[in-house]
Design a protein around this ligand. Structure first.
Ligand code: 5CA
Ligand code: ZN
Length: 412
């Protein structure tokens, strides 16, 4: 798929320390250690509805990691998928008597526009499940051949499932106990009751064709892919095993990322699939998780239509720590508008407080598990000093603007 358009990123003098991030598998903050090319995979949208503030907050967090690695001199190979064929999309299309392909294309186009307006740097590879069917079939075929996948004993629908016990490190990404896994599997799209499975937790890899559902002809028999194998195939084929980061919201810790990692281990014999598993907190509205099923969504496109400055929206979403579950309030946006105004006022002056140390502080705060509240506070302090004190440094406003642009993605 065509990703969205990139915006230029200014180069800053010097560079920061290694980026430290919380790794779900390790249960702690650890330094990342990418090679010259940092390899990151972030789970993309299921395009059956517009981008809401929860999605946006998640992609903004990974955008800052992307930017930090670029600032540190890495070439970043960023891969993102689009789950453009799956149950929720097909169900929505059926409900609205829409064509599922058209619905997916329309929402993906809107997502691109939203990301571009928020100045999220695009992935190098933006890959739809539909265009990766051949890759997915290959992975399922290999796992079937080596016995890690199997067909259920159902003559009408001999669907293919993954035997999760084929991966020795299964469970090491989430660290959840069996009871929690069983609960989350049932809540998040799994089918523990399906007859004929070797184990209730085994996830679907290939769903044989059903009346009224799309299917693809291939050596597995006509059907469509399961969800976890999509991200395993798309990620491994572009980044190789042992890439630097796999990311998504905390609702993807289990089952999605656990099973993608287990597929990869069964396929390659290597572990882990990703060196860091990074998860963002959930954005809620008035104390409830913002989700399509609850219908309490605030859409990026709606705010854009209401003339909200995308830079204020970006700043508002970065004002909380990426790992904390947090609630969206109108006040969050109002505060960001005020803050952005102050920053803009300060950089418009002919001189300001020295900015070099602010760049250091910004980098240091971001390197510490993306402490955006601390990073914003550093810029606030500079703006206050500049607006209230004598302007001593004529280069400071331009340097500060460049740093806020390169590291936080905010154009002043
Ligand atoms: N297509 C799959 C991933 S392969 C998927 O989960 N799609 S999604 O459209 O449901 O979500 C896209 C991303 O937004 C995921 O990383 C998900 O964890 C994240 N997300 C969804 N809801 C929220 C929320 N309320 N707050 C923060 N992030 C969210
Ligand atoms: Zn995914």
């Amino acid at each position: 798929m065509q990703p969205w358009t990139s915006t230029p990123v200014p180069r800053l003098p010097g560079q920061g320390a290694a980026l430290r991030l919380h790794d779900t598998a390790a249960g702690q903050v650890r330094p990342t250690a990418p090679g010259p090319t940092a390899r990151m995979y972030v789970c993309g949208i299921t395009p059956y509805d517009a981008t809401h503030l929860g999605h946006a907050a998640t992609y903004l967090a990974f955008d800052l990691m992307h930017r930090y690695w670029r600032d540190a001199g890495h070439d970043v190979h960023y891969v993102q998928n689009v789950t453009d064929v799956d149950d929720p999309l097909l169900e929505r299309a059926r409900r609205d008597q829409d064509d599922w392909v058209v619905l997916g294309m329309r929402e993906t186009a809107l997502f691109r526009e939203d990301m571009e307006s928020l100045r999220v740097l695009p992935p190098r590879d933006f890959v739809g499940a539909v265009e990766a069917i051949g890759e997915i079939v290959e992975v399922v075929g290999k796992l079937l051949a080596c016995g890690a996948a199997y067909r259920v004993d159902d003559p009408e629908h001999p669907d293919i499932y993954f035997d999760h016990r084929a991966a020795a490190h299964f469970g090491s990404e989430s660290g959840y106990d069996e009871e929690t896994m069983a609960r989350l599997f049932a809540e998040r799209g799994g089918d523990p009751q399906r007859l004929g499975k070797r184990h209730p937790l085994d996830p679907l890899m290939w769903r044989t064709a059903r009346e009224g559902e799309p299917s693809w002809d291939c050596e597995l028999g006509p059907g469509r892919p399961g969800w976890h194998v999509e991200c395993c195939a798309i990620g491994l084929n572009r980044l190789g095993i042992g890439f630097d980061l796999q990311g998504g919201g905390s609702d993807l810790i289990f089952p999605h990322h656990e099973f993608s990692a287990a597929h990869a281990e069964a396929l390659t014999g290597e572990h882990p699939m990703a060196r860091h598993y990074v998860h963002t907190g959930m954005i809620g509205l008035n104390g409830e998780k913002m989700s399509k099923s609850k219908g309490n969504l605030v859409f990026v496109s709606r705010l854009r239509a209401d003339q909200v400055d995308p830079m204020a929206l970006r700043l508002a979403l970065l004002s909380g720590h990426y790992r904390s579950d947090r609630s969206w309030h109108t006040a969050t946006l109002d505060e960001a508008v005020t803050r952005l105004g102050r920053w803009r006022q300060a950089v418009a002056l002919p001189a300001g407080a020295p900015a070099r140390y602010v760049v250091c502080r910004l980098r240091a705060r971001l390197a510490d598990d993306l402490d955006t509240p601390g990073a914003l506070a550093a810029v606030d302090a500079w703006a206050t000093e500049t607006l209230t004190g004598p302007g001593r440094d004529a280069d400071a406003p331009a340097l500060l603007s460049a740093a806020v642009d390169a590291l936080l993605g905010i154009v002043l």
